[in-house]
Design a protein around this ligand. Structure first.
Ligand SMILES: [Zn+2]
Length: 83
């Protein structure tokens, strides 16, 4: 179940809630369902880096090295050897 951030259009209350596909979330403050779904806040920097490197490993496994710097290529190739 994903967690989404919402802004209540009726009272301006901001909250996050678990959303099931078959339910409509309501504002916990005024019970309005006139909500604006917010774009997820930025993930912590470390998490972004982890995601970026995971994508790079996938690309490396598929042989797409073209857009990597030489140092990154070396790192990826080294990592591959250790596996
Ligand atoms: Zn509200």
């Amino acid at each position: 179940m994903p967690i989404y951030d919402y802004n209540c259009k009726a009272c301006g209350h901001a909250f996050e809630t678990l959303v099931r596909s078959d339910t409509v979330p309501a504002c916990p403050q005024c019970a309005s369902t006139e909500l604006e779904k917010c774009v997820s806040p930025l993930a912590p920097a470390g998490k972004i880096e982890a995601i970026r490197m995971a994508h790079r490993r996938v690309a490396a496994a598929q042989g797409h090295f073209d857009h990597y710097s030489p140092s990154d290529k070396a790192k990826l190739l080294q990592g591959k050897k250790n596996i």
